[in-house]
Design a protein around this ligand. Structure first.
Ligand code: NAD
Ligand code: USQ
Length: 382
């Protein structure tokens, strides 16, 4: 299958591009490399030293004989996007290419506007490109579990049956996102749903939970293929951050009570979920939603799991409760459905001590690269 991976230089996109290429697909990466520029803006870095996109794909070709084409450019530049569609004629378009940090979107007005413009307009351009140039192409779009927020009822997969005043309907599940970033995903969802209805586009929205880990079988093949791993207060995410904090002897930064519960999955499952979506395309006009996660944990539970494994590795790790920089519920109900990907064949890599130990060891290997001032959160929601 001819597949474009937008955002293919990023944390989820790079291992996905390699995995799909290994499975025999004809993969093209489209990325404007803005994440590398944002690292400079934030004076931050990936704890793992990442090679340039050019060197990454050259190494992949050398090791496997498989070519991954690259187009460096912005989804917001429609002429560029159109040209990529003309040349590639994609059968699937995997869309990871957005600004994905909630704290980054909450820095100030400029960062909120950038996030929503980049994400919403970029996605709208993709919809128009599919309509104009590849109407049969399956859009596989990365959404997020955070679109739903933390309602006091079970979270369904995209839609919920509602009975109101004696009448019933299946309606989009209510959205209560917690940042301007998460809101951008909700706006994308509405635009995709509408485009499917009016133009007959086929789309799958993967409402992904928080991804942990860094290696997949492919990224481990050579140091030049290593994935990025974020740890700072802006792009680092809960579990990966805790493991890296343990690796540098920093207290684990649990925000508030730590009873906030979120859905999680291993990066090894991210790549497989995308493959499953690609192999089982949505019908023309169908807007399909899969909840892409394997387990849920409270933030405090995760910190305690990391503390235990770190102690076994001889690290004296403390769990700190720091003032929550975000406005979010710290005590809430959480139960979310995730059966659709399992029904299509996902066999989850669940979180256990061995998985934690391997990410911890990879973090220890590179812990001299951590810029310590970047670890505590500086962005607040207030
Ligand atoms: P990332 O920041 O590591 O990668 C995103 C990539 O997209 C970067 O390489 C960036 O340069 C590129 N990009 C951004 N805007 C672009 C544009 N306008 N044109 C072209 N390229 C652009 O992020 P990630 O962690 O790999 O996340 C990928 C996707 O998955 C995002 O949409 C994110 O919302 C979603 N997601 C991520 C997680 C997670 O835990 N990392 C969880 C749920 C959903
Ligand atoms: N948290 C801590 N300590 C930390 C970091 C985070 O307690 O050091 C807490 C936060 O307060 C929050 C939870 O952990 O309650 C998750 O925060 P996060 O930064 O790990 O994740 P989030 O901001 O939700 O965003 C990440 C990705 C985003 C993706 C989302 C999936 O950056 O791209 O969409 O996870 S989800 O959470 O399911 O919406």
């Amino acid at each position: 299958m001819r597949i474009i991976v937008a955002g293919g230089d990023g944390f989820c996109g790079w291992p996905t591009a390699l995995y799909l290429s290994k499975q025999g697909h004809d993969v093209t990466i489209l990325d404007n490399l803005v994440r590398r520029k944002i690292d400079e803006e934030l004076h931050s870095n990936s704890i793992t030293p990442i090679a340039s996109l050019e060197d990454r794909v050259a190494k992949w070709k050398e090791l496997t004989g498989k070519e991954i084409k690259t187009f460096v450019g912005d989804l917001n530049h429609y002429d560029f996007l159109r040209e990529v569609f003309r040349q590639v004629q994609p059968e699937a378009f995997v869309h990871f290419g957005e600004q994905r940090s909630a704290p980054y979107s909450m820095i100030d007005r400029e960062h909120a506007v950038y996030t929503q413009t980049n994400n919403v307009v970029g996605n709208l351009n993709v919809l128009y490109a599919i309509k104009e140039l590849a109407p049969d192409c399956h859009l596989i779009k990365l959404g997020t579990m955070g679109e739903y927020g933390t309602p006091n009822i079970d979270i369904e997969e995209g839609y919920i049956e509602i009975e109101h005043k004696g009448r019933k309907d299946v309606l989009p599940y209510p959205k209560q996102p917690g940042s301007f970033y998460h809101l951008s995903k909700v706006h994308d969802t509405h635009n995709i749903m509408f485009a499917c209805k009016i133009w007959g586009i086929r789309a799958t929205d993967l409402n992904q939970g928080i991804v942990y880990g860094l290696h997949t079988h492919e990224t481990e093949m050579d140091p030049m293929l290593v994935n990025r791993l974020d740890y700072d207060g802006v792009y680092g995410t809960a579990l990966n951050r805790f493991l890296i904090q343990a690796a540098i002897g920093h207290d684990l930064t649990v925000y508030g009570s730590g009873n906030q519960t979120r859905a999680f999955l291993n990066i090894k499952d991210t790549v497989r979920c995308v493959e499953i979506a690609a192999e089982n395309p949505a019908d023309r006009g169908e807007f399909r939603v899969f909840n892409q996660f394997t387990e849920w944990f409270s933030v405090k539970e995760l910190a305690e799991m990391v503390q235990k494994v770190a102690k076994e590795e001889g690290l004296d790790t403390k769990v700190a409760s720091i003032e929550n920089p975000r406005i979010e519920k710290e005590e809430h109900y959480y139960h979310a459905v995730n059966t659709k990907l399992r029904d299509l064949g996902l066999e989850p890599h669940l979180l256990d001590d061995e998985v934690l130990r391997s990410i911890l060891k990879a973090s220890i290997e590179h812990n001299n690269r951590v810029i310590k001032e970047n670890v505590l959160p500086k962005v607040t929601w207030k």
